[in-house]
Structures are given as C-alpha cells and as structure tokens.
Design a protein around this ligand. Structure first.
Ligand code: SAM
Length: 251
C-alpha cells in the first residue's frame, strides 16, 4: 500500500469508512494520479483525498451557490493542494478530461444523483484517460444501483468484494458502530466503483444497449455535445425528444 489512511471522522449521513477503504484500494490498484470530485460542499472529502493521496492532483467542483458553505470550504481547504473550481460539473468535467489526456483520472460523482449524474459518468467511458469512476448515494432499490451492478464484471460495491482487507474493515465497522444512528444498513454500501481499465468495453456495451433507460439524459448525446453549453444542449435535446415523440419518430 502506498499511503497510510489518515483518521476519518465519520458523521451521520456521510460516506462510510469501509467505503473509503474500498475507494483507496482502487485508487492504488488503478495507479490514479488525478481525482476529479463532483460536489465539494464543505470540502470534507476533498481534504481527506488531499491528506491521504499527497501525490495526486485533486480538482473539486461545486456550484458554490451557498456563501456560508463556500466559506467553510475555503477555510477547510486553505492549506491543502485541492484545486477548488466553481461551476457546473456538466461543463467543467469534460473540459478537465480533455485538457489532461496523459493523466490517469478517477472521477468521483457526489453532486447530481440518479440518471443525470449517471449520464455524466457514463459519458466518460469513452475517454481512455478516465480509468476509474465512482458514484455515491447508490442506495438499495434505486434503479441506477442496478445499472452499476450490471456495468462491470468485477465487484462494484464493497460487500461483494472477497478482499480480506475490505471484509475486515466492513466487519470492524459493523461491530464498532452504533447501527441505530445509520440512515441505511451498515453492511450495504452506496459507493459504486467501476475499474474502466478492466471493464471499459463491458461498461460501454451495456450502456449502448441500455441508452433508453437514460431518457433525456442520453450519455452519447451528452458526450457529443461536450464543448457546447450544457444547459443549452439539454434544452435543445429535450425539445427535439418531445417533437420526435409527438410525430411518433423513433430515435
Ligand atoms: C453531497 S454534497 C457533496 C459532499 C462532498 N463530496 C463530501 O463528501 O464532503 C453535494 C454537492 O454537490 C453540489 N452540486 C449539486 N449539483 C451540482 C452541479 N450541477 N455542479 C456542481 N456542483 C453541484 C452541491 O452544491 C453540493 O454542495
């Protein structure tokens, strides 16, 4: 292992400690040198990445539409190496990926849930410099959780892993943590990971065969629109889709 994990102070609602172990295992295994975090909020996870992975370049994007939260984030990240960017992930992520063709990038999506967030993640399957993708809040019963499980031939969630380190960490968490304060079961995680180095074509095949699930948030159309203004694209795309529906034309 390259890094020693800094102590992580878990707060209710936040990512579970074994989920971070699961992420770390992949960051090491995929030899990541750049993290793009979508959704910074107070900068808690961004700071954790910077402290634990000092050799990585870390970008963290947020709309920063709440001055109080932005002030917390500024204070938390003041002495860190995190490059905090204010903007919409749908505009910034494609730009960062295109501008860093020689990096090994991990995209961590914790800003926009459900199909829109998944659309952004899936559109990056086309870029070879994106080698690891993660999405948070994939709770049990959610359709996008099932989508993640079907997009990889490897374990996506930590409870599916047979790695002894991960199993130990999960058991320790379950035994030591008061389960009554959790808003989801402690032994079922919601951080999905896909190692694109091993599963790129599998993930692309599944996505291309299941584009209809995304409805207005088609990852291929979004990917083709990179470089145009996202909101404009989505307005145009929704309009075209409605017209197609009205005239009964298939996509
Ligand atoms: C769950 S919080 C992120 C938590 C953070 N990753 C952590 O673990 O400490 C979600 C954040 O995503 C931001 N967000 C939501 N939609 C966004 C968008 N389209 N572009 C950029 N940021 C967005 C919100 O402002 C919010 O701060």
């Amino acid at each position: 292992m390259k890094y020693e994990l800094r102590k992580y102070k878990w707060l209710p609602g936040a990512i579970y400690p074994p989920e971070l172990e699961w992420l770390k295992l992949h960051l090491d295994g995929c030899q990541i040198d750049m993290i793009i975090e979508c959704g910074r909020q107070d900068g808690a996870s961004a700071l954790w990445y910077a402290e634990n992975f000092p050799n990585m370049e870390i970008y963290s994007i947020d709309l920063d539409d709440r001055p109080d939260i932005k002030a917390n984030s500024d204070a938390n990240l003041k002495n860190s190496s995190v490059k905090a960017i204010t903007g919409n992930i749908f505009d910034i992520v494609p730009e960062l990926i295109r501008n860093n063709p020689n990096k090994r990038i991990c995209l961590i999506e914790d800003a926009v849930k459900s199909w829109p967030g998944l659309c952004l993640v899936a559109s990056t399957f086309f870029y070879e410099n994106v080698v690891l993708v993660a999405q948070h809040n994939l709770h049990v019963g959610h359709k996008t959780r099932e989508y993640w499980e079907n997009s990889s031939q490897d374990a996506v969630f930590l409870e599916q892993s047979t790695d002894p380190l991960i199993q130990n960490s999960l058991n320790q968490w379950i035994n030591e943590q008061d389960q009554s304060v959790l808003n989801r079961p402690g032994d079922i995680s919601s951080l999905g990971l896909i190692d694109l180095g091993k599963n790129r074509f599998f993930a692309l095949d599944y996505m291309l065969a299941n584009r209809a699930l995304f409805r207005f948030w088609d990852p291929v159309a979004y990917r083709n629109s990179h470089g145009r203004h996202t909101l404009k694209f989505h307005r145009g795309f929704v309009r075209r889709s409605i017209i197609r529906k009205l005239i009964g034309q298939k996509r």
